[in-house]
Design a protein around this ligand. Structure first.
Ligand code: GLY
Ligand code: MN
Ligand code: MN
Length: 438
């Protein structure tokens, strides 16, 4: 049931409530199940915030945390045991087992939510819930309306409503040792999968064949699903940043870009490697690849606690802009090209993003308008890339259609950083050697 030690979830709930005044009530809902078509549901994935606070994997559940003067009380609402429903749709934890299994003070049937919420909210000084969730907005508004209607019976409605997202975002941004271990495991699985793709890649294979090799490795190593839609982009397709069709044959003398990471117990890996379909980089491919790699290393080189997030982008941009000038893909001075952002013709995204339970994880990037300083326990991707328009006739044909991205997953540590995906070959020589040995 719980994927991390029970004490970790308890500690998170305590840490959250310690930031709130006495009388505050927190409400958070499990993800709703979604219909795909007819009576068939989409694959269910728990809401990350709900998972973060209680580790309960079922739908139709609500967690309520009450900061009473006498101490915190946690309540969970969940589906009751039901033999017939469980035969059709799967096992349920049930109300009786929930407190013990989840280390929660009390549990109630989800069917009693409307009625019980009135009791739990009565007299609360403030209420916090995720403003980003439309279903929760509706639930809260409905409950408050019901409670207000009972004011003549002495019921008291919280008058102050606050967004829970920023508090949880800030907590989730800083990973505990247990979370780092989980992310390292997700990265290790994903590294093996990328190595497998490099090993089996052959001219004429389809992009979806390579995708299947990657996903097969995820599964046999214990990951039940991908952290995001995998990108397997041969040749020009690598210049489409969110390419996910993955349905074209891989051509001789082309590169293939694979951006894929597994999810392991709700923690994501997010890795990109670009390698030659036939195992050998051409000279122009190598030139672009090594430029992206130099930018990647420059970005890694500035990572340490206190450095602003934007320092990684600045370092990568300086290296890539100079390289693009050297290759004749830009003209003019380094300073002007950086000031005018002309590199954006070839590098149109940012250096990376927070990584955690979600692939584009929660957490703000600026504080008071300034780039946020890195802190120990943050995990970010570093993913510079260059993408040269295959149809731009103003560009020397040798470069057209080359798309390269290199993406690693980086933990900020007290003395700099730890590359969680460093086991995956990244240099031209190491990639060619791996492919040749296969
Ligand atoms: N795979 C999505 C990203 O790299 O941001
Ligand atoms: Mn990625
Ligand atoms: Mn990424």
């Amino acid at each position: 049931m719980l994927k991390l030690p029970s004490a970790e979830y308890t500690q998170r709930r305590q840490q959250l409530l310690a930031q709130l005044p006495v009388g505050a009530v927190v409400l958070i809902q499990a993800a709703a199940s979604q219909i795909r078509n007819g009576d068939v549901e989409q694959d269910y994935r728990q809401n990350s915030n709900f998972q973060y606070l209680c580790g309960f994997l079922e739908s139709d559940a609500v967690l309520v945390l009450s900061n009473h003067a006498t101490g915190p009380v946690s309540s969970v609402f969940c589906r009751s045991k039901d033999k017939l429903q469980e035969i059709w749709h799967g096992r349920r934890l049930g109300v009786e087992a929930a407190p013990g299994a989840l280390n929660i003070d009390q549990a109630f049937a989800i069917d009693s939510l409307a009625e019980k919420l009135l009791e739990l909210l009565d007299g609360a000084s403030q209420m916090l819930y995720c403003f980003s969730r439309e279903d929760t907005q509706q639930l809260v508004q409905h409950s408050l309306q019901q409670l207000r209607a009972l004011s003549r019976q002495g019921k008291q409605c919280p008058t102050y409503l606050a967004d829970l997202d920023p508090l949880l975002d800030a907590m989730r941004l800083l990973k505990s040792a247990a979370e780092v271990a989980q992310m390292q495991a997700a990265c290790d699985i994903s590294v093996t999968a990328h190595k497998r793709a490099m090993s089996v890649c052959k001219v004429g294979m389809n992009e979806y064949h390579l995708a299947a090799e990657v996903h097969h490795q995820f599964a046999v190593q214990g990951s039940a699903r991908v952290a995001y839609g995998s990108i397997v982009a041969g040749g020009d397709n690598a210049c489409i940043l969110h390419y996910t069709n993955n349905d074209q044959p891989l051509q001789d003398s082309d590169l293939v870009l694979i951006d894929a990471g597994c999810e392991l117990d709700h923690y994501a890996a997010d890795i990109t490697r670009t390698f030659p379909v036939n195992g050998r980089f051409t000279a122009p491919q190598k030139a672009i690849y090594e430029l992206v790699l130099a930018a990647h290393q420059a970005a890694l080189g500035v990572i340490k606690p206190g450095a602003p997030f934007s320092a990684m982008q600045d370092a990568a941009v300086a290296v890539m802009t100079q390289g693009l000038l050297d290759l004749g893909l830009l003209e003019g001075t380094l300073e002007n090209n950086i000031d005018e952002q002309s590199y954006r013709q070839y590098y149109m995204h940012n250096i990376g993003h927070w990584l955690g339970m979600d692939v584009h994880d929660v957490g703000i990037y600026k504080i008071d308008g300034e780039s946020r300083p890195l802190e120990v326990g943050m995990v970010t991707t570093v993913e510079p890339g260059l993408y040269i328009d295959p149809e731009d006739e103003t560009i020397d044909p040798q470069w057209r259609g080359i798309g390269v991205r290199i993406e690693d997953n980086i933990l900020v540590t007290s003395d700099g950083y730890l590359n969680l995906t460093q086991a995956l070959p990244v240099s031209v020589a190491d990639i060619e050697a791996l492919m040749a040995s296969a």
